[in-house]
Design a binder for this molecule. Structure first.
Ligand SMILES: C[S@@+](CC[C@H](N)C(=O)[O-])C[C@H]1O[C@@H](n2cnc3c(N)ncnc32)[C@H](O)[C@@H]1O
Length: 324
């Protein structure tokens, strides 16, 4: 892929920094407990225990504020949530965020600038939008490549574990220009175990937006991202994060925990799913913790490794698979 700002920054950092990260002082089951006392697989760091195993002992994770679920139980319950919200998902996003999710998604995609290439003709680019749901990120990337960068030589796959979300995405994609539809495909897949048809070292860009906090095993998904990206390929994640300002945080938490489940009940007739969504945001690691997980998967990060959006309500994380 052509030298993008994130890639150049990551290369500079790789030259100056060791790959291994230091543990952050506020890590949940990283710095505060001996490593093998961690119970949640979500935050086990690869290298401590392989993402695919836990030394034979049962692996547990959480679903919102409920602890002690097996990974398959969490996966099933998350599937239930997104099956239930699929039809109202896009409308609810606008209502819950006052439309801010659109600004965050626009910024995320323009910062990645898919389709940009310094070579003539442009080198083909392969992109995987994981947990792509109803297509918001993939459709923006198609526009950026085809229209902004005048480069149709891109292929984007929207992958998601949930057929109901993909069905909404497929329906929406029918209103895209035919040339963009021709460079888009859909794949039902679990991000923690991508199908072998996605070959190692085959992708230029891996994106995941508002999806990773729902995964039953985040390190396993990061390991998969690392496996399928080419050397020099970019991992990019947009996810809810930790608000920095305590006063703003208090207002934001009050809004999320009282209004969002209520809006879910009134608009979508589903309070429980939206209660899970706000709890899952609260349980997701801090910016520093998540950067550590990305580094532990083998990626190099530039600068802080993340960019806060709207005071940390959301954050963009990027990492690059090292150039051999
Ligand atoms: C909040 S939606 C985000 C959709 C889209 N990326 C966006 O930004 O609008 C989260 C998505 O993650 C998907 N998801 C949850 N667990 C998954 C997994 N293990 N593998 C792949 N997708 C998953 C859900 O089905 C859902 O479509």
């Amino acid at each position: 892929m052509a030298a993008r700002p994130v890639l150049r920054a990551a290369v500079r950092t790789a030259r100056n920094q060791p790959l291994a990260s230091t543990y952050s002082s506020n890590s949940r089951c990283i710095a505060t407990k001996p490593r093998n006392f961690c119970t949640s697989t979500q935050f086990l760091r690869p290298g401590t225990t392989s993402p695919g195993s836990n030394n034979g002992s049962p692996r547990t994770t959480h679903f919102g504020f409920q602890d002690g679920l097996s990974e398959s139980e969490k996966t099933d319950r998350v599937a239930g949530v997104f099956h239930s919200v699929a039809d109202s998902y896009d409308r609810m996003n606008d209502l819950m965020s006052f439309g801010w999710h659109r600004i965050w998604k626009d910024h995320f995609v323009s910062s990645l600038n898919p389709g940009y290439s310094s070579s003539i003709p442009p080198a083909p680019q392969r992109v995987l939008d994981v947990a792509g749901g109803t297509g918001d990120i993939a459709f923006r990337m198609l526009h950026q490549s085809h229209v902004v960068n005048a480069n149709p030589n891109i292929h984007i796959t929207i992958s998601d574990i949930n057929p109901s979300m993909l069905a909404v995405g497929k329906q929406r994609s029918l209103s895209l220009p035919a040339a963009q539809q021709a460079t888009l495909s859909f794949l039902e897949a679990d991000a923690t175990q991508l199908p072998s048809t996605i070959l190692p070292n085959s992708l230029d860009l891996y994106t995941v937006a508002f999806g990773i906090r729902n995964f039953a095993n985040i390190p396993a998904a990061l390991a998969e991202a690392y496996r399928v990206l080419k050397p020099g390929g970019v991992f990019a994640c947009l996810e809810f994060s930790k608000v920095r300002n305590p006063v703003f945080d208090a207002i934001y938490k009050r809004w999320s925990f009282s209004a969002i489940p209520l809006i879910g009940q009134l608009v979508a007739g589903d309070r429980d799913s939206y209660q899970y969504l706000v709890e899952s945001i609260e349980r997701f690691p801090s910016q520093d913790e998540f950067r550590g997980l990305i580094e532990d998967a083998g990626f190099v990060v530039g600068g802080d490794g993340f960019e806060d959006l709207t005071n940390g309500i959301a954050a963009i994380h990027k990492g690059m698979k090292p150039l051999q």
